[in-house]
Design a binder for this molecule. Structure first.
Ligand code: A2P
Length: 306
C-alpha cells in the first residue's frame, strides 16, 4: 500500500513517501482535509508559516490523533520558516511562532522556505521597495540563516532541519559552512519539471528531496497531458494517480487537495512499467515548465526542465 512506503533521512528518521500538501488551503477547508487524510492513512502533513494555516493544521492533527487512536510519533509534520525571519536573531522567534501555532509537542522537520531573506522591518509578509520589487536583504546569506537554524536542533523542539527551493549552486555554497547537512530539500517536482540533476546532486550529499506541487499546482496543464492520459486509461486510473505513481518512486511527494475523494484517491497508486516511466521521463523535453516562480528579482533557480 502506497501509504506505508517511507524514505530514510540522514538523521535516521523515516519520512513517509506520501504527505498531504496544504498550500492555498485555508481555515475550515484545511482542517477537514488534514482530518480526512489522517483518517485515510496519511502519516505525513506539510505546512508553512507562509501558508497562514498552521493553527488549523495543528488542531486537525491533534484531533485526528485522538480520534484515530494514534500517537504523536505516528505522524510526520513539516513546517517552514518565512524569509522575514531569516536574520539570525529572528530565526528562533519565527520557529517559536510556528511551534506555538501548531501545538503538537514537536516538529519533525523545519525548513528554510526560500534561499532569499526578506527585510523584516516593514512588518509584512512580502515587503516591497518603492519600485515594486521584493525588499530582499542580501546581507543575510543562506549560510547565515542556516547556522541559526542548526541551533534549533539543541532545543529538542525540532527533529530535523532542511531547506526548500535550493538549487545546486546555493546548496554548494551552504555546504561549505554547514555543520549539519540539510535533511531535506523540498522543491517543485513533476513530469514537466523533473530536475533530475538536482535530485542526483542531493542524493550524492545525503539530502532527501520532497516534491511540492507534484501535480503541477492549481490549473495544471499536466492533468490533460496526452501521454499521461493514455497511460491512465491503460491502468484504469486518473491522470493525477499516474503522475503521482511516477513521482513517489523518485522522491516523497506532497499532493495538495481539500477534496475528500481526491485526498483518498491520491494514495491509490500503481506500478508503472519501465516503458511508461520512460515515456513520462521524456515529457519535459517538449513540455518543460516550472509552475511556481515568485518574482524574487534575483536568480533562485539555476536550471529548468532537466
Ligand atoms: P483540490 O484541492 O480542489 O483537490 P499540487 O499538489 O500539484 O499543488 O496540485 C494541487 C491542485 O490539484 C489543487 O488545485 C487540487 O485541487 C488539485 N488536485 C488534487 N488532487 C487531484 C486529483 N486527484 N485530480 C485532479 N485534481 C487534483
Amino acid at each position: 500500500m502506497a501509504l506505508n512506503k517511507v524514505y530514510k533521512l540522514n538523521t535516521g528518521a523515516s519520512i513517509p513517501a506520501i504527505g498531504l500538501g496544504t498550500w492555498q488551503a485555508p481555515g475550515e477547508e484545511v482542517y477537514k482535509a488534514v482530518k480526512t487524510a489522517i483518517a485515510a492513512g496519511y502519516r505525513h502533513i506539510d505546512t508553512a508559516f507562509g501558508y497562514g494555516n498552521e493553527a488549523e493544521v495543528g488542531k486537525a492533527i491533534r484531533d485526528a490523533l485522538a480520534e484515530n487512536n494514534l500517537e504523536r510519533k505516528d505522524v510526520f509534520v513539516t513546517t517552514k520558516l518565512w524569509p522575514t525571519f531569516f536574520r539570525p536573531e529572528k530565526v528562533a522567534e519565527g520557529f517559536q511562532i510556528s511551534f506555538d501555532r501548531l501545538d503538537i509537542e514537536y516538529i519533525d522537520l523545519f525548513l528554510l522556505h526560500w534561499p532569499c531573506a526578506l527585510n523584516p522591518e516593514q512588518g509584512v509578509a512580502i515587503p516591497r521597495k518603492p519600485d515594486g520589487t521584493r525588499d530582499i536583504d542580501t546581507t543575510v546569506t543562506p549560510s547565515i540563516t542556516w547556522a541559526a537554524a542548526e541551533k534549533l536542533l539543541d532545543t529538542g523542539k525540532v527533529k530535523a532541519v532542511g531547506v526548500s527551493n535550493y538549487s545546486i549552486p546555493i546548496l554548494e555554497d551552504l555546504l561549505k559552512t554547514a555543520k549539519v547537512v540539510p535533511a531535506v530539500n523540498q522543491i517543485e517536482l513533476h513530469p514537466y519539471n523533473p530536475q533530475q540533476k538536482l535530485l542526483d546532486y542531493c542524493a550524492s550529499k545525503g539530502i532527501h528531496c520532497t516534491a511540492y506541487s507534484p501535480l503541477g499546482s492549481t490549473n495544471s496543464t499536466l492533468l490533460s497531458d496526452e501521454t499521461i492520459n493514455k497511460i491512465a486509461t491503460a491502468h484504469n486510473k486518473s491522470p493525477a494517480q499516474v503522475i503521482l505513481s511516477w513521482g513517489w518512486a523518485r522522491s516523497s511527494i506532497l499532493p495538495k487537495s481539500v477534496n475528500p475523494e481526491r485526498v483518498k484517491a491520491n494514495t491509490d497508486l500503481v506500478e508503472l512499467s519501465a516503458q511508461e516511466i520512460e515515456q513520462i521521463n521524456e515529457l519535459h523535453k517538449t513540455h518543460g515548465k516550472r509552475f511556481i516562480k515568485p518574482d524574487w528579482g534575483v536568480r533562485v533557480f539555476d536550471e529548468d526542465f532537466e
